[in-house]
Design a protein around this ligand. Structure first.
Ligand SMILES: Cc1cc2nc3c(=O)[nH]c(=O)nc-3n(C[C@H](O)[C@H](O)[C@H](O)COP(=O)(O)O)c2cc1C
Length: 262
């Protein structure tokens, strides 16, 4: 399975077997993390794998407070610069898709807090974490069991989409989000899509940071799908849209797709 295929069968897993993963699997994962693509290359970030199972010759890290009990966690920290949440979500989702493709279960941890000694030597501030390991039940979900809002609620098609863009949008809306709120909205043309994020209602104020993390996660799905279809995708902000006030949504960026040229 590749990372694109993983998008449609990934699910959040909340029950883990406390078994160790093979050293080789963890080494390959660390190698992958070192090569993950940033959305904003000017923002310094750091990944760290926290191990909460006994491992010969290695002390066990303490479980985080709150959240899911799992053998491993992946933490991401970041410099607090413009778009750091989008960037961290984008990086973290690549890690999630990598693990999913290798049959390893994951779950984002919105409320877990880690002991200071785990994060204190990392670059920047703690942003979020993902629990991972072998699941107690099934690792995958059948694609038709995905629970998401209807596409018509999220996407306005301004032009008749081609097959490629339809596939890309299917991948984008399959992304996980905190409390499954799916804050993303899209205005789509033949080869470009404006990305918007729902503004907070009063009740969701506490989730305001998380919704930008969600947007980064969704953008990673969109990017992975474009790569699969041999399309280059670039992101740029339209000044005109950035200045406009929308009642319910905030403009984030525009994705432009082009055939790859060799
Ligand atoms: C940023 C973020 C934070 C999340 N925090 C939690 C959490 O604290 N606990 C939890 O059980 N699930 C958490 N989730 C998982 C979501 O509830 C889940 O992705 C959503 O309900 C959709 O389900 P699915 O991932 O199985 O498709 C989080 C997801 C995201 C993206």
């Amino acid at each position: 399975m590749n990372m694109y295929e993983a998008i449609f069968v990934r699910k959040s897993t909340r029950k883990y077997s406390m078994e160790l993963l093979e050293d080789r699997t963890l080494e390959q994962f660390e190698h992958f993390l070192g090569q993950a693509e940033a959305l904003r290359s000017n923002i310094k970030t750091e990944f760290k794998i926290v191990t909460c199972v006994e491992q010969a010759g290695r002390t066990q890290d303490s479980f985080p407070k709150g959240g899911t009990k799992a053998p491993y966690y992946l933490i991401i920290t970041s410099e607090l610069k413009q778009d750091y949440l989008l960037n961290a979500g984008f990086l973290m989702q690549q890690a999630v898709l990598y693990l999913t493709a290798r049959g390893i279960a994951t779950c984002y941890q919105g409320i877990a807090s880690f002991a200071d000694e785990i994060t204190s030597e990392m670059e920047g501030e703690y942003v979020t974490a993902v629990a991972f390991g072998r699941p107690k039940g099934e690792v995958y979900r059948e694609p038709q069991k995905l629970k998401r809002q209807a596409d018509e609620k999220m996407i306005v098609w301004k032009e008749e989409p081609g097959e490629n863009l339809r596939m890309i949008m299917k991948a984008a809306v399959a992304a996980p989000s905190a409390c499954n709120l799916q804050p993303w909205r899209f205005v789509a043309y033949e080869n470009r899509v404006h990305l918007f994020c729902r503004k907070n209602s009063m009740f969701q104020a506490v989730l305001s940071d998380i919704r930008l993390l969600d947007m980064g996660i969704m953008i990673a799905n969109l990017y992975t799908a474009a790569e699969e279809l041999w399309l280059d995708v670039s992101f740029s902000r339209s000044e005109m849209l950035a200045e406009k006030r929308f009642q319910n949504n905030e403009y984030i960026t525009t994705a432009v797709f082009r055939e790859k040229i060799f």
